[in-house]
Design a protein around this ligand. Sequence first.
Ligand code: SAM
Length: 224
Amino acid sequence: MAQLYIVPTPIGNLEDITLRALRVLREVDLILAEDTRKSGILLKHYEISQKMIPHHAFNEHKTLKSLIEKLKSGITIALISDAGTPCISDPGFLLVRECLNEHIPVECLPGPTAFVPALVNSGFSSDRFLFEGFLPHKKGRQTRLIELSKEKCTLIFYESPHRLVKTLEQFILYFGSERMASVSRELTKVYEENVKGTFGELIDLFKDKQVKGEIVIVVDGNRE
Ligand code: SAM
């Protein structure tokens, strides 16, 4: 019966995949993957040989109609991204929305996503938090930072390693130099690092290094 599964995959450590995710990936008729080469490594590791086709930010609009037709014909599809949960700073939302519009059942399996371990490791309040993902690079960035500076809840950002120090410097301007933050790098991987301090302390730690790997920045809420 037609069904779309959203299947989270590991953010580094290949062991972080659920038994149900593996079963669904083995049982579906088709797997949509952001990067078939990258996902091929995961599927090979778990000896999954289901048919896989690319589904990424550059073709998700174009392929929407044909995917809906495929689903309506009664097949089951699993959507995976390079890492973590599809739709979280990754493609997927368009397909989910269209499936729901067309009354095609969608099920998202629970599983890995980078911001949850980063938030929990930070030790900042996790009762209420705002997941910002990637800030806009240019247009709208300043306006968004002004809005965020007033937020009382914990803030979570995805950032690339080469922009980390620049972003922390910008955070001083908008959030103030006393605000505490935490940087999680390479979560679940061999060189995982979680460091906490003021923006200035974090800048000192990273400014003379060539920062590598994947980064989540967690910022304490506005306490004024
Ligand atoms: N869908 C993913 C999720 O559920 O977290 C996010 C995909 S987004 C394109 C990639 C960003 O997620 C990276 O730039 C980084 O900010 C964050 N990320 C992914 N894996 C990570 C890891 N192992 N450690 C730290 N951050 C990670």
